[in-house]
Design a protein around this ligand. Sequence first.
Ligand SMILES: Nc1ncnc2c1ncn2[C@@H]1O[C@H](COP(=O)(O)OP(=O)(O)OP(=O)(O)O)[C@@H](O)[C@H]1O
Ligand SMILES: [Mg+2]
Length: 319
Amino acid sequence: MPRVIAITSGKGGVGKSNFTLNVGICLAMMEHRVQILDADLGLANIDVLLGVRPRKTLEDVVFNGVDPREIVMKTDYRLELIPGPSGTQDMADLPGEKIEELVRSVMTISKDAEFLLVDTASGISSGVISFLLAAPEVIVGVSPEPTSLTDAYALIKVLVKNGYRGRVSMFSSMVKSSAAGHTLYKKISSASQRFLDAHVDYLGSVYLDEKLKKAVADQVPAVVRYPTSDISRSYRVIALTLLGQEVPAADEEKLWSKLIAMLAKAQRPKAPKEAALTGGDRNGSLESTLHDILSEQRKTRMLLERLVEKVGRDILTPR
Ligand SMILES: Nc1ncnc2c1ncn2[C@@H]1O[C@H](COP(=O)(O)OP(=O)(O)OP(=O)(O)O)[C@@H](O)[C@H]1O
Ligand SMILES: [Mg+2]
């Protein structure tokens, strides 16, 4: 069974998906067999960062009898990607036997991997939290924004208060120096120690770097596009730190079933217009409307970043 690590954050947009992808590639480059499971149905995820488009997804396994091995995508970077559900077919009310079938499918496709990195949605939703509680290792990404810090602490608190027994690690993201990253860690770790009696491991910092944005715009992972940059070095150091950690035991059965439950529950955010007109989701949830708007805003930002980058390059390239 692979070492299963959930990557999450309290607040969104801290750099989790880039962390998962780049650290995953670093581990793969160190000769480890790595799979990434994209468990976030948001709009700009691992497939977008890699510039690939999943042809088949978990829904095809459930509804169309597709062999689970067919959905695993090989990438150019010796790392495999398991796309999450596409959100096109409703998996929320799958019968028990279908869930069990899905559990077996994911176990089959991951049985030879050494690492299964699960990129989760941020925030405190019940599906994600149940999975995190079953995951032997949780990595929390924290950026210097005050809300990122408070949301990360709130997330750790939810885990601890619900009896989490695994390891919580954190990485500092978008920081200007390793000292700044360490300061963030001290804030989280001392609050967790003092108020929750919980230990948080430190994996290191990922610097704020324009090169990361360029890599995102080019749809090439930063460690591949800029291998000698500071940001790539920080991902490599984190990969080495992970390799140095002791591997905690996992309750396998619980882990896989909560993972599948999270995937089955995940819902693709709706377009903000539709959401605004209907007053959020069908239950009229303001939180859901807000989530839709933020997702759409992020997609627009990514497209704009890509456009600005392309225009800049065209202007600079002599004809
Ligand atoms: N180290 C960094 N330096 C500069 N910009 C960064 C860095 N990390 C992330 N970003 C910016 O933040 C954006 C979001 O990054 P990413 O998609 O990895 O975050 P996320 O936490 O997965 O977001 P979400 O919660 O929406 O899934 C990137 O497209 C990039 O513009
Ligand atoms: Mg993400």
